[in-house]
Ligand binder design. Structure first.
Ligand code: MN
Length: 208
């Protein structure tokens, strides 16, 4: 991680954040799993070119004009690993739907059908030969002062997404599922809207 420049920001991305390859890796940390109860605490953004911004929210200011501009910028692809919860949360707190999207977990499910392990660490180990430190997964992201270990962990969640996308794109081509994957990514905002409208735990395509 030492090759990455990690910058802490409060309540918004800096105006001078740039995405030279047109792709932003994004991840969020919340107080818990219930979007209506547990607020957004942090949005981590990486540009795949050595810069990571950790946008910490204090809960009093959801204006974030620079972050919202990135999330809705049609020319910048936002890469997530399991983006569903993150885009639901950012829609609820920031009031914007993130688009366009790429999701490494969905790409993994559509390609790595030989395994049930689609977690970020499993992907990093198999495709990149990198082991993530997951020791601070459950932690208080709403604390006023975050520890160095928390900041490293938060940054680690976005640092490998550009490289994973590159590997997964090759795998999607090999199994002829590039188009299907794209349709799934394009459907994510609809899935997020269903979640927020009360259908989070129901599959409206299911028979029963
Ligand atoms: Mn995370």
């Amino acid at each position: 991680m030492s090759e990455n420049n990690i910058v802490m920001c409060l309540n918004d991305l800096p105006a001078d954040a740039t995405f030279p390859n047109g792709m932003a890796a994004v991840d969020c940390e919340m107080m818990g799993l219930n979007v209506f109860r547990d607020r957004l605490c942090m949005t981590q953004v990486g540009n795949g070119a050595g810069d990571v911004w950790l946008v910490k929210f204090d809960g009093s200011d959801w204006d974030a004009p620079n972050l919202k501009k990135l999330l809705t910028d049609s020319r910048t692809l936002k890469i997530f690993h399991y983006g569903r919860k993150d885009i639901v949360t950012m829609q609820h707190y920031l009031g914007v739907m993130t688009t366009p999207l790429y999701d490494t977990k969905i790409a993994s499910r559509l390609t790595r059908t030989y395994t049930e392990k689609h977690g970020l660490n499993a992907l990093c180990v198999e495709l990149l030969g990198v082991q993530l430190d997951k020791t601070v997964t459950s932690t208080n992201w709403g604390a006023d002062e975050l520890s160095a270990a928390q900041l490293d962990y938060a940054a680690a969640d976005v640092i490998h997404l550009h490289d994973l996308k590159q590997k997964l794109d090759i795998m999607l081509k090999q199994v002829n599922r590039v188009h299907l994957a794209q349709e799934c990514f394009d459907f994510l905002p609809v899935r997020a809207t269903l979640d927020l409208a009360g259908w989070e735990d129901e599959d409206i395509f299911a028979h029963h």
